[in-house]
Design a protein around this ligand. Sequence first.
Ligand code: NDP
Ligand code: HSE
Length: 437
Amino acid sequence: MTDYRRLRVALLGAGAVGSQVAALLLRHGQELADRAGATLELVGIAVRDPAAKRDADLPAELFTTDVEPLIVGSDIVIELMGGIEPARSHLLQAINSGADVVTANKALLATHGPEIFDAADQVGAQVYYEAAAAGAIPIIRPLRDSLAGDRVQRIMGIVNGTTNYILDRMDTEGAELADVLADAQRLGYAEADPTADVEGYDAAQKAAILASLAFHTTVPLESVHREGITGIDKAMMDAARHAGYVVKLLAVCERLTDGSGESISVRVYPALIDRTHPLASVHGANNAVFVQAEAAGNLMFYGAGAGGVQTASAVLGDVVSAARRHIAGGVGVGESTRANLPIVEIGRVTTSYQITLEVDDEPGVLATIAGILSEGRVSIATLEQTVVTEANGEPGVARLVIGTHKALEQDLSETVRRLAASGVVERVVSVLRVEGD
Ligand code: NDP
Ligand code: HSE
């Protein structure tokens, strides 16, 4: 057996992901050592409650609540606690005490990434975070390294497993959101506070991380436009299906070019995509990231976006990379943010829309609506009318589903406001963007 150098590995957190990381590290120790060129010795696991039942059978003597002594003297610190504090302080302490760090904490990186990367740069340490976006799918390295010689134009990603699981069951089983959320929590996909998933915060954090890498620009979380899926109901799913679409929570990161130069847009919202689009066939808690690059063309990354053992795969890949670098020495690879592209607000983004209205079923109504759309610079691509109610031959209510050509978001929202106030619209049922066309 090769006599490898011994590296001390500290694990902070043994929940859904951490317990699986510890179990795999212990089970496959020899194999990982052969790949890393170093023996990875798990020296301790910091948790809140050492007596709590874990998802894996782990040696009781490894557990501690005393985090700081565990960090000091470790070569690699794996942070899988989640949240901002104390995770941020522990990562900074680890970096400043000479460790390389591995984290899956998108909430932390999306809000304090520059601080953590700067701290690592100062001391020549490396921060690994493959699991922070899209779980088990390798997407951080492809964007940071493999595509570093290309120009990414657009990323469209399903990057939250919980919401994809929920939307998929709403689509395929006619289930309601609240009923399937509990299953997503039980399966370990959801964040500690599932609001982060259903309101799009988790996807927005991942979008900020992916866009920063893709466009070599620091993307603050506040600049990511975010909408969640709580407004999506069964009627919208049915209408989408009828029109040949499926509803997905999408993270869209886009390079925009106009007369004044280049900028980027980063946004997360539930959108309609054509059922023939590759992203439409992403089911369950799976994630997929569709990347369009100038030279490479279209690339699709697909797989498990959540789940303890799946995410542990990405974390352990980072641990092996950290170990190799620790053995080889040298300065870590810093994040490149020098392009520093301006980030535009959602109002300046152009997409197609599907507007569903309930209107009075009377003469002239369609003409009024067409007039408002035309004045608002919103061009109609498709129009479908169905009668919702008829009262003994009297005018009733009709449902209009209007598909638009590409329109500027600020024009569209002002037009929808004018439609709602027009006197002929009973109810704006939904306004959904159409992506991927
Ligand atoms: P869990 O909530 O399941 O586990 C968190 C762990 O951290 C627990 O073991 C907890 O201890 C420990 N912990 C939390 N706070 C402290 C503290 N102050 N001091 C000591 N220990 C603490 O989280 P997950 O495993 O689901 O997620 C971990 C990270 O991975 C998060 O950043 C998450 O966003 C990310 N991630 C999760 C994925 C998933 O599918 N679950 C997928 C991709 C990324 P105790 O058990 O004693 O309470
Ligand atoms: N809650 C997250 C999800 C975990 O559902 O995608 C993976 O980051």
